[in-house]
Each structure stands twice: as C-alpha cells, then as structure tokens.
Design a protein around this ligand. Structure first.
Ligand code: PNS
Length: 161
C-alpha cells in the first residue's frame, strides 16, 4: 500500500484550488510530494525556482510543510522521478470534463511506462473557475486575485512588478 503520493504540475502559480487538492490528498495519503514540473509545452511566467518557493511558502503558511515536501523536475519522465521517490501514485485534481480529457491519456501513458497509477480528486465546486492561467491574466491586467491564490503568490506577483 502506498503511503506517499506525488502531486505534479506546473504550479505557475499555485492557487487555492491546488492547495485544496493538497489538503484533501493528505486525508488519503500520509505523505505528499509536490513536484513542480518544467512543462516544455508551456511558457511559464514564474521561473521554476520562484514556483517552488511560492509552493513552499504557501505550505508553511498552512503548517503543512513536513507531511508535504516540495521538489522540482526540470527534465526527464515524471514516472521515473516518482519511482525514485518510492511513490506508486500520482494525484491529479480535475475541475470539469475538459481537465479529464487532458489528463486521461497522460494517466494511461504513465501507467504504461512504469505502472504508476493516477488518483483523480474532483475540485471543490467553489474552485471550479480557478486556474493559474486566469490568475496570471487578471494579475497582469491589474485585477484583484486575493480570492484565488495564497499570500505567497500575491507577494510573488509584487516582486515581479
Ligand atoms: O500543470 P500542468 O502543466 O497541466 O502539468 C502537466 C505535467 C507537468 C504534470 C505533465 O506535463 C508532466 O507530467 N510532465 C513531465 C514529463 C513527462 O513525464 N511526460 C510524460 C507525461 S504522459
């Protein structure tokens, strides 16, 4: 049985939706490793190091660092990395069927590659409209994002301004 699960993503930046998934994954798994992944198909706003820092700071704010650890993956297969960590399970959150359409082939390929299973958690209905890309758009256009992201991310945007 798995004690450790890996929660991967771009986290550009981490949102309250991601944090809800982390908190609920901890109801199922003893230990969670958040892996901030460099996704070559996306051009990130925050660097990998900045994203790791914001994830770490938002976990500290919630007293979750410890049961949750954070690392990054610049290159290589996520399943190889998960295997090295001793994890057999990936956690993915989904908001709507659109997310499932995107995630399902990756889940199947990841299982094909190394037998790593994916556990999907449905987002809280209150978070269905929150996405990193909308947060970036609103923030860059001077809108209010406090309802969508942790304080560490507000600081992250201010530091970039
Ligand atoms: O938050 P995102 O960008 O939707 O996360 C996608 C991510 C980073 C989890 C995915 O692109 C990934 O797993 N990348 C790592 C490289 C890899 O293993 N690719 C094969 C996946 S089937």
């Amino acid at each position: 049985m798995s004690k450790l699960a890996v929660y991967p993503g771009s986290f550009d930046p981490i949102t309250l939706g991601h944090l809800d998934i982390i908190e609920r994954a901890l109801e199922v798994f003893e230990q969670l490793e958040v892996v901030v992944v460099h996704n070559p198909t996306k051009k990130p706003f925050f660097t990998l190091a900045e994203r790791v820092q914001m994830v770490t700071d938002s976990l500290i704010e919630r007293n979750l660092l410890g049961r949750v650890t954070v690392s990054s993956l610049e290159t290589g297969l996520l399943t190889d990395y998960a295997q090295k960590l001793g994890a057999k399970v990936l956690i993915k959150g989904f908001r709507t069927g659109v997310d499932i359409e995107y995630e399902l082939p990756m889940a199947r390929v990841n299982r094909d590659l190394n037998g790593i299973e994916t556990v999907f958690l449905p987002s809280d209905p209150a978070n269905t409209h929150i996405s990193s890309s909308l947060v970036k758009q609103v923030a860059e256009l001077g809108g209010e994002i406090v309802k969508y992201v942790p304080a560490a991310v507000i600081r992250g945007f201010k530091a970039k301004a």
